[in-house]
Design a protein around this ligand. Sequence first.
Ligand SMILES: Nc1ncnc2c1ncn2[C@@H]1O[C@H](COP(=O)(O)OP(=O)(O)OP(=O)(O)O)[C@@H](O)[C@H]1O
Ligand SMILES: [Mg+2]
Length: 251
Amino acid sequence: MEKVIHVEGLYAKYDDTEILHNVSFSAFKGEITVIIGGSGSGKTTILRHLLGLIPVEKGYVSLLGKDISGLPEKEMNDMYHQMGVFYQNGALMTSLTVGENVAMPLIHQSNLPKPLIEDIVRMKLGLLNLEKAYDLYPSQLSGGMLKRVALARAIAMDPPLIFCDEPGAGLDPVSLESLDNLILNLRDQLGISVIMVTHEISSILRVADRVVFLNQGKVLFEGSRKEALVSEVQEIKDFFSVLRTDHIRQT
Ligand SMILES: Nc1ncnc2c1ncn2[C@@H]1O[C@H](COP(=O)(O)OP(=O)(O)OP(=O)(O)O)[C@@H](O)[C@H]1O
Ligand SMILES: [Mg+2]
């Protein structure tokens, strides 16, 4: 299977504190790879390296088959234009309509004519069940809709790969489930590979093809969701232990 991400022996520190210790993992094309682990374990720090926001000082990171540490800035920019990012708080522009927000990457990063951009934006909004929100402003939307607009913007440029940091944060269980289903649709209908950081066990069970478990800056486990659920690694057992107690309560 084709790798979209390969990280090998990555170390990272902020000031003098080492945060990532010898982190290695891979993510594969057309899959949803979920990075899980406790608060402060380094999940967002990994994403920042993958996104080129923090330079790789020690270790190796390749994206879509390219070693990012050796890339000239121009090529790096071109590559990042190919990727969608979905930030925790959505980060929409409040003074712009939904349609204008989703059009932003297309206006800035493509030379497409305006009517075509509008068609593309409407199509992306349609994929995320937002066709009626085109002319609304972010302040007029629910929390779940805001997330979906941010996701529509992340896929505006048809990226082969998208990154999501806690996409479900703050959503009620029903909105979370529908967001997860939309992310599954992006994988299945558009073939997008997804790298997702999440705390939500229900999301992991619904969407993860592959799980990378991080504990205090180290990868303790990497494998399929099935393997994660039966892992003998104590920290992973603890992480999924809620499931067992739920099960006991139900029976
Ligand atoms: N800009 C920064 N400067 C200094 N330390 C930082 C910085 N960003 C993060 N850290 C520290 O790095 C460690 C890992 O942080 P990171 O944000 O990667 O964790 P996380 O796994 O994403 O946690 P959470 O689940 O709470 O989002 C934490 O101890 C944090 O305090
Ligand atoms: Mg984080």
